[in-house]
Design a protein around this ligand. Structure first.
Ligand SMILES: Nc1nc2c(c(=O)[nH]1)N[C@H]1C(S)=C(S)[C@@H](COP(=O)(O)O)O[C@H]1N2
Ligand SMILES: [Mo]
Length: 406
């Protein structure tokens, strides 16, 4: 039996889904689920659905609820804990949201996207014209750069099948002038900013170099898991930049502007900035500040179950192309986990599991680490890249969970 991937991901190429209706997708999906419900097949575990007689062993280190002020300020940060995660794609209504300014509810018929600045031929498109362009899909796991930066923020991640039209051909049609070095994406949301004594209204904005912006996986996205992009996720159009942290995926897009200097707006240069204190060879301690951009290698242990005395550890890994995942129980050796789901999707999280046969009663720790295809290992919390960090962004250190058996 093969997983129901045929309808799923066609990153980089125009979708093969165009000829398959949403109804086909639902029917095929539900038939498969019905078949699974009757069996205790390995696929069952891949979906993270608990099988007959399999019980969740709760973690001792559950995330606390986020402060009300954080939810008011940023939106639904997703307080559901990892044990409740049961599907590989995150339903839209369970997907976290983070919004730094207001949350505009835009009318499709009044909306336009303008592409201007240092281009030969400025372009203005309405939603119909965007929909009429070639369709492309990607399954991409979007994580906020602040996820795991606080003990109450551990659900700032979700996996969805995004559809839209590729960005690169539109930029090429506009014709980027020689002097252009940065592509700035502006949202329709705006807030008050102050630099020195200058008060101003600013739209949310992020930029990418020309080369980054032209990456073939980047989408002007209008669809999330088969539905029109929900308002909180950026209706009618957002940037989906596979391989980047959430902040780069600008919602409620209204303008794309090519400029001749690196953009230094709040979310590039002042806020989403990782600050470290790093020693140099001469012994000097240097403060560094780097923009939060491309996603980093990460994994979590999501849940532990027990069935007939055998424990099973489930988890996820993402951020970079994953080669393998390893798990350490207490101070034992690193053991190879089995990747069950998602390996064929470059930009989506992988679901993995490890059977833990000799679990003895008592308290235990479980740590996971992901290894990417280049052999890079997800850093331990004590490694300088994590330990020297002074801001909470890019918290991709190895996560240790605690559990009591028996
Ligand atoms: N216009 C706009 N786009 C935005 C943001 C925002 O505040 N305004 N927040 C960013 C951040 S920090 C994250 S983590 C993601 C969250 O996307 P989601 O709300 O669809 O989950 O959107 C990004 N895009
Ligand atoms: Mo974010």
């Amino acid at each position: 039996m093969t997983p129901p991937e045929s309808f799923d991901d066609h990153s980089q190429t125009p979708s093969a889904l165009s000829g398959v209706s949403r109804r086909d997708f639902l029917i095929r999906g539900s038939t498969l689920l019905a078949a699974l419900a009757l069996s205790d097949s390995p696929l069952y575990a891949e979906m993270w659905r608990i099988s007959e007689g399999e019980k969740v062993v709760p973690f001792l280190d559950q995330a606390p609820a986020p402060p009300d002020a954080a939810v008011r300020q940023y939106g639904d940060l997703n307080t559901r804990n990892w044990e409740q995660l049961s599907s590989w794609t995150t339903p839209n209504e369970d997907f976290f949201t983070v919004s730094h300014y207001n949350r505009p509810v835009l009318k499709a018929e009044e909306w336009r996207l303008n592409i201007d600045g240092l281009v030969e031929r400025p372009i203005s498109l309405n939603l119909e014209q965007i929909h009429a362009r070639p369709r492309q899909e990607v399954t991409f796991t979007l994580e906020c750069g602040g996820n795991h930066g606080f003990d109450w923020f551990t659900g700032g991640i979700g996996n969805a099948r995004w559809a839209g039209t590729p960005l690169a051909p539109i930029l090429r049609a506009a014709g980027i002038k020689k002097a252009g070095i940065d592509v700035v994406f502006f949202g329709s949301d705006e807030g008050d900013e102050e630099v020195r004594d200058i008060k101003m209204k600013q739209n949310f904005s992020r930029s990418m170099s020309i080369e980054e912006a032209l990456a073939p996986a980047n989408l002007l996205c209008y669809e999330m898991n088969g539905d029109p992009l929900p308002p909180l996720h950026g209706f009618p159009l957002r940037l989906i930049a596979p391989g980047w942290y959430g902040v780069a995926n600008v919602k409620w897009l209204k303008r794309i502007e090519v400029v001749d200097k690196r953009w230094a707006g709040r979310f590039m240069a002042k806020d989403y900035v990782t600050i470290r204190q790093e020693p140099r060879d001469n012994g000097e301690l240097v403060w560094t500040q780097k923009v939060v951009g491309p996603a980093l290698l990460k994994s979590v242990t999501a849940k532990v179950t027990v069935k007939n005395g055998t424990h099973r550890i489930y988890g996820a890994a993402w951020g970079r192309p994953i080669q393998r995942v390893e798990v350490r129980i207490d101070d034992g050796p690193w053991r190879a986990a089995t990747i069950d789901r998602g390996q064929e999707h470059e930009f989506a999280w992988k679901f993995w599991h490890l059977d833990w046969k000799e679990a003895v009663a008592g308290e235990h720790t479980i740590t996971s680490r992901a290894i990417d295809r280049a052999g890079e290992v997800q850093p331990a919390m004590g490694e300088p890249v994590i330990a020297n960090k002074r801001t909470y962004w890019e918290s991709n250190g190895q996560i240790t969970r605690r559990i009591r058996i028996g």
